[in-house]
Ligand binder design. Structure first.
Ligand SMILES: [Fe+2]
Ligand SMILES: [Fe+2]
Length: 277
């Protein structure tokens, strides 16, 4: 089954938009683009920004400034349908788990809009748990060693994926430190959402279908069993009581940085002390 992909150049129509997503190019499937256009009232030449496109997390009207590079490409549904027909497939299980993570990212986006610190505390702990179980234990411990052995350029691909995983954990932990201090760090959470969505689509559309094509039945069974065992033995990460935890270890760093900024303002201002009013 093939899908029509559109490269859409856009400009944010919000009059006071100043961030660097104001102009850009989005790669969208044609049905998704049509749905976003009609969600915006079918206004000619405009569409509703897809989740994650506005870096401030809002749903904006984007004005189309060009549609280019219309291309056809094989969809991952074709791979998934064939793979499902052959029995237990650990790679398809990973695709299903990605769908659950994508739902949680949508929930995080809406909690950020509502400034729901407690909700974010719970949802981000659940995503952190998923990253440890899915990415670190199932992918890195079970799947990647076999990828390094069986796939040309496997080591390089695994290196890229592992780097992504570490970045997610670092961002998540930083964001959760902010929550612990009662702050929602918008820049961090937006980066996390965009990067995690990109990582998942890279795995679903390119990485997992390629691995599927290189593994035989016996190898897939082995990976499937090992992943099930890991899942059974996994002790779920719980969010803990946010308020009882007190201030995060980063709160002191932030206070120190604020003091340094004040000092730099002072020494770079003519007439000594910079005015803080
Ligand atoms: Fe994954
Ligand atoms: Fe991954």
């Amino acid at each position: 089954m093939s899908k029509k992909i559109l490269n859409i150049s856009y400009e944010c129509a919000h009059p006071s938009c100043w961030v660097f997503c104001k102009k850009g190019v989005l790669k969208l499937e044609e049905p998704e683009f049509k749905a976003l256009s009609s969600a915006n009232g079918g206004g000619k030449g405009t569409f509703k920004s897809p989740p994650g496109a506005c870096r401030l997390g809002f749903s904006q009207t984007f004005k189309v400034t060009g549609i280019e590079n219309v291309e056809e490409r094989g969809g991952d549904e074709g791979w998934a349908e064939e793979a499902a027909a052959e029995g237990n497939n650990p790679l398809l299980d990973l695709v299903e788990e990605h769908k659950e993570v994508l739902k949680k990212l949508d929930a995080i986006e809406s909690q950020v809009r509502k400034r729901d610190v407690e909700g974010l505390w719970v949802t981000t702990a659940s995503v952190e748990n998923d990253i440890i179980l899915h990415s670190i234990k199932k992918e890195e411990e079970v799947l990647f060693p076999i990828v390094e052995k069986k796939i040309p350029m496997g080591e390089a691909l695994v290196g890229i994926m592992k780097e992504d995983h570490r970045e997610f954990i670092a961002i998540l932990q930083g964001f959760r430190c902010g929550l612990q201090d009662g702050d929602i760090l918008d820049g961090l959470v937006t980066t996390l959402i965009v990067n995690l969505r990109n990582h998942i689509s890279k795995e679903d559309e390119e990485f997992l279908p390629m691995i599927d094509a290189h593994l035989d039945r016996e190898e897939k069974d082995r990976v499937f069993e090992a992943m099930k065992k890991i899942e059974k033995e996994h002790v779920r990460l719980t969010p803990g009581d946010r308020e009882k935890k007190g201030l995060s270890p980063l709160s002191e760093d932030r206070r120190r940085m604020d003091a340094e900024i004040m000092a730099l303002k002072s020494i770079t201002s003519k007439g000594g002390e910079a005015c803080c009013h």
